[in-house]
Design a protein around this ligand. Structure first.
Ligand code: AMP
Length: 190
């Protein structure tokens, strides 16, 4: 199965991603995690990415598309994967479609976790207390949300037109939300 996990920052994508990959045994590909690793390692990519990440801006399309192209060619991702945090712009979605189509593959489902803005800001500020992510301060969170609503959310219509968009209510407990996602995925798998 080839999935995209979609939703605003703080929607619980990372948590749900773990539960999905555990149950459906698919490679978990998070551009945010890959970029954070590059920042930690102080690579050229990390230094460039950090200048965008610390402001809550998107890293340029060409950079993340290159990372994804290499990663989905890895052996563990050839039979299926779950993308978390990619694509975030229309050019990224188009590049992904091209990469897959050239091998006769497509995305099976885009699961979009829906959460209202105020709930997101509260959740992220809580997460900051626990994880201490540098881009979880209130100003940066508000900018990440603005970027999400303006550049990323429009992708929902791109995938709705392809008939693969599934919206899931992201309110309630972790298990409530996973239950909703699981229903969508088990039907697709049936
Ligand atoms: P995330 O952990 O997915 O919330 O990503 C953290 C930050 O990494 C984002 O705010 C962006 O600065 C950057 N980032 C992650 N994925 C992408 C992407 N697909 N396109 C552009 N920037 C990204």
């Amino acid at each position: 199965m080839r999935l995209i996990l979609f939703g605003p920052p703080g929607a619980g994508k990372g948590t749900q991603a773990k539960k999905i990959t555990d149950k459906y045994m698919t490679a978990h590909i998070s551009t945010g995690d890959m970029l954070r690793a590059a920042v930690r390692n102080g690579t050229e990519l990390g230094i460039l990415a950090n200048s965008y990440m610390e402001k809550g801006e998107l890293v340029p399309d060409g950079v993340v598309i290159g990372i994804i192209k290499d990663r989905i060619a890895d052996k563990d991702a050839r039979s299926g994967f779950m993308l978390d945090g990619f694509p975030r712009t229309v050019p990224q979605a188009e590049a992904l479609s091209e990469m897959l189509n050239s091998e006769g593959k497509t995305i099976d489902a885009v699961v979009s976790i829906e959460v209202a803005d105020e709930e997101i800001v509260n959740r992220i500020l809580e997460r900051q207390k626990i994880e201490g992510r540098k881009d979880d301060t209130e100003d940066v969170v508000r900018n990440r949300l603005k970027v999400y609503r303006s550049q990323t959310e429009p992708l929902k219509s791109y995938y709705a037109e392809e008939g693969v968009l599934f919206e899931v209510d992201g309110m309630g407990s972790i298990d409530d939300v996973f239950g909703r996602i699981d229903r969508v995925l088990s039907e697709l798998n049936a």
